[in-house]
Write a protein that binds this ligand. Structure first.
Ligand SMILES: NC(=O)c1ccc[n+]([C@@H]2O[C@H](COP(=O)([O-])OP(=O)(O)OC[C@H]3O[C@@H](n4cnc5c(N)ncnc54)[C@H](OP(=O)(O)O)[C@@H]3O)[C@@H](O)[C@H]2O)c1
Length: 261
């Protein structure tokens, strides 16, 4: 499959890295286009693939187009794309841009899907929320493509913003968690670089364990020996409103997605 990425920014880079990891069978051939031709060229050099000098040049050999520009640029890109796409599948990864808005800018019967990726896609550990939209039987191709860089979860569009607030925003939120634990260890006198290594290593191992077990509550219960340190830590987190803070974060991100639409 030949995949064309419009916009060579942060998420395009994560996707391209995820799709170009060594040893990946069935990796797509990648093409890049950005208003800043140097960005497209540097991504092509870094991940393998070709930079196109124009949108038409990008689209011509491609089977599938990924629109990876900021939400406020999506309408303009789609208007330019409309006369070029013919039967090609278009996937938008823009936050808050609904199927109605995507289809409104493209010819009738266009094959369009929404996917919400996240940055761990670069490591092949992405979570991709999928609204299959109007892609029909090509859904299999879309799922197979994104599954090369992580896990694909299909869901109804009404749930997309809240789901994005969890999966899409997780790297940023968890990074704040790591920073907070680093600062807490430093406050107890642990040197800064050691504190950061402890927090990052702890998160990495714990996340892998929880993913393997598939049951966060069971891992929490197993880790919290009655009367022990972890139980004391969890009790303090709960008493300070961890659940309420997380709910507020998801509410805020969901509301922000609606503002972007
Ligand atoms: N970053 C994430 O973690 C993440 C996660 C999930 C989804 N997304 C979605 O992915 C999209 C891109 O986000 P991003 O963080 O990658 O943004 P970004 O880093 O700003 O990248 C977007 C790129 O598109 C370029 N661009 C603007 N208009 C263009 C046009 N007409 N044709 C071609 N290229 C154009 C921009 O150039 P200029 O800078 O010159 O405008 C920029 O290089 C957004 O819609 C966002 O909602 C992002």
């Amino acid at each position: 499959m030949i995949v064309g990425l419009i916009g060579a920014g942060h998420i395009a880079q994560a996707l391209a890295e995820g799709w170009s990891r060594s040893g990946l069978t069935a990796a797509p051939r990648l093409r890049f286009y950005d208003v800043d031709s140097e960005k497209a060229a540097s991504l092509a050099a870094r991940c393998g693939g070709e930079a196109a000098a124009s949108l038409a040049g990008l689209v011509a050999p491609c089977d599938l187009i990924v629109v990876a520009v900021r939400p406020q640029h999506v309408d303009g890109v789609l208007l330019s794309l409309a006369p070029l796409i013919e039967e090609r599948v278009v996937v938008s990864v823009a936050a808050g841009v609904t199927m109605d808005r995507l289809l409104g800018s493209l010819p009738a019967r266009s094959r369009v899907a929404r996917v919400m990726p996240n940055i761990p896609a670069a490591l092949g550990l992405g979570v991709f929320l999928l609204v299959p939209g109007t892609v029909g039987p090509a859904r299999q191709d879309v799922e197979s493509l994104f599954a090369l860089a992580g896990e694909v979860v299909a869901l109804e569009e009404e749930l997309f913003d809240a789901a994005t607030a969890v999966a899409g925003c997780m790297a940023g939120m968890l990074a704040r968690f790591v920073e907070a634990f680093t600062a807490a260890a430093e406050a107890h006198g642990v040197p800064a670089d050691t504190a950061a290594r402890l927090a990052m290593g702890g998160v990495h191992g714990a996340a892998a364990l929880i993913a393997r077990e598939g049951d966060a509550a069971a891992v929490s219960a197993a880790a919290a020996t009655p009367g022990g340190m972890t139980e004391a830590a969890i009790t303090a987190l709960d008493a300070r409103g961890l659940a309420a803070a997380v709910a507020a974060a998801v509410d805020a991100a969901t509301a922000r997605a609606k503002d972007l639409a």
